[in-house]
Design a protein around this ligand. Structure first.
Ligand code: PAF
Length: 283
């Protein structure tokens, strides 16, 4: 496995592959890899001849009061995991390599409803940071296929729209959510949880499943379902619920009875940790 820190070396590597007619898969990450990330790498390996994984904690997508400084950085164990999977290349740019002109640089901003609601409303500027870095990474790696996790459902829609709007020649693959045995969606932020908080955490997924079951059995009172579930999460020990919504799976606007596919999206807090999860329901 090659560890590459500089864009020029990455380009040389990828160009050599392309000259041989090999296809390139790409998995962008912020490191602190867990089984969920590794399942994305597996998917990329199944679809492509060569795979690049990037490890870059992107300052542009964190708000001023968010966890950029304390975001877990575990380079040694990340590299061990990727070596074990026989990944071809890891791209580890510094902030200066990614943003040579500083953070006040050209921004790729996906407009409209899918960026202004939910995470977009809770974390102003977050999606501009994500789409900007992903667009840059796409230009740097020039992959044929890029793999993202469904756990960040809204992020997937935003990047899909960016790919369409900018006519980027990249196929996006969305991998299903990887979960612990008790249902908790795997996330780098789970390690912030105390043992007591960790015991409460899976109840978010239970709430999503309960709502999904009710919808599948014909219940269309989406607001009542989410209000009842929110109240229950607070009683069960969550400190707050940022949102728990049933949305149109394509537009992320509140679902109505005509929606064929809906997504239930929830973010709840245990202490300072935001847990994020979702469940798609085809009606
Ligand atoms: O999902 C993530 O880990 C990040 O948002 C991404 C896509 C790597 C961009 O920094």
């Amino acid at each position: 496995m090659k560890n590459i820190e500089y864009l020029a070396a990455l380009r040389a590597e990828v160009h050599a592959w392309k000259r041989e007619g090999l296809t390139v898969g790409f998995v962008p990450t912020m490191g602190n890899l867990h089984a969920g990330h590794l399942s994305l790498v597996n998917l990329a390996q199944q679809q492509c001849d060569r795979v690049v994984v990037s490890l870059f904690v992107n300052p542009l997508q964190f708000g001023p009061n968010e966890d950029f400084d304390r975001y877990p950085r575990t380079l040694t164990s990340d590299l061990e995991k990727l070596t074990a999977l026989q990944v071809d290349t890891v791209y580890l740019p510094s902030v200066a390599e990614m943003y040579p002109n500083g953070l006040q640089q050209t921004v790729v901003a996906v407009p409209g409803g899918i960026t202004s609601v939910l995470e977009g409303a809770s974390r102003p500027g977050h999606f501009d940071g994500v789409s900007t870095v992903v667009c840059k990474l796409f230009n740097m790696v020039q992959p044929d296929v890029a793999v993202f996790g469904q756990k960040d459902y809204q992020q997937c829609l935003v990047i899909q729209q960016m790919v369409q709007d900018l006519a980027l020649p990249i196929e996006m693959v969305i991998a299903p959510i990887s979960r612990d045995r008790d249902g908790l969606a795997l996330s780098s932020r789970n390690q912030y949880l105390s043992p007591e908080q960790r015991a409460v955490a899976p109840k978010l997924y239970v709430a999503l499943q309960d709502i999904a079951l009710a919808i599948e059995s014909g219940n269309q009172a989406f607001e009542t379902l989410t209000q009842v579930a929110t109240q229950r999460l607070l009683e069960e020990g969550f400190d707050s619920v940022d949102y728990l919504n049933v949305c149109d799976a394509k537009t992320l606007q509140p679902a109505d009875s005509s929606c064929q596919t809906v997504v239930i999206l929830g973010v709840a807090r245990l202490g300072q940790t935001r847990l994020l999860d979702n469940e798609v329901v085809v009606r």
